[in-house]
Design a protein around this ligand. Structure first.
Ligand code: AMP
Length: 195
């Protein structure tokens, strides 16, 4: 199985690159942000509670997102692999993901981290807000809070995978297709080494 964690701050291009990666490698895309937004759209209790945190740019509790991922892994047992987008965002989420994957006799192949400097992220989030309709993309205070939550709570996840020798950093500024090809080269180098 090819199990990728696509990592990076909000606005780094994870969603865009995920779309291309799932097509090239036939992976199931698991974006906790998308899963939470569909709960909000469906008006569920979980969605209502998550929305209050999401709209402020804060993380929802670990057990909520871990539960959603657990459910999706169960539903997609025949998958060729997964791409985790926006998950894990904390070290406890990373530990929970590792344990869940053990249940399916698999593991994370590699983490690909998209690196983009903070001010460029703020510009991208506000630009995306012009069309995304996402409340958390609309104003600079929320955009900055999301970036600082990432720097404070999520960066340790990179160290977690680095310690496992599974961390690859890729510059996230430039042509989308060029970044995509760089990601693919790196993934294939890892897959060849493991084969
Ligand atoms: P995203 O679409 O990945 O930018 O996520 C949007 C928002 O959903 C985040 O700002 C968080 O409020 C929430 N969220 C998404 N994924 C997670 C996660 N793995 N852990 C905690 N909160 C999350």
């Amino acid at each position: 199985m090819l199990n990728l964690v696509l990592f990076g701050p909000p606005g780094a291009g994870k969603g865009t690159q995920s779309e291309k990666l799932i097509r090239r490698y036939d992976l199931v895309h698991l974006s906790t942000g998308d899963l939470l937004r569909s709960q909000i759209a469906a008006g569920t209790e979980l969605g209502l509670r998550a929305k209050q945190l999401m709209d402020q740019g804060l993380l929802v509790p670990d057990e909520v997102v871990i539960g959603m991922i657990d459910c999706k892994l169960r539903e997609n047992q025949q998958a060729a692999g997964f791409i985790f987008d926006g998950f894990p965002r904390t070290v406890p989420q990373s530990e929970a993901l590792d344990s869940l994957l053990v249940e399916y006799n698999t593991q994370i192949t590699t983490m690909v981290a998209l690196v983009v400097e903070d001010e460029e992220l703020i510009r991208r989030l506000l630009k995306r807000g012009e069309t995304s309709g996402r409340p958390d993309d609309q104003d600079e205070v929320t955009a900055r809070r999301r970036v600082s939550v990432y720097n404070r709570e999520t960066i340790p996840v990179a160290d977690y995978y680095n310690q496992q020798g599974k961390y690859i950093a890729i510059g996230g500024i430039g042509e989308i297709d060029m970044i995509f090809e760089t990601i693919c080269q790196q993934i294939e180098a890892v897959a060849t080494k493991k084969a």
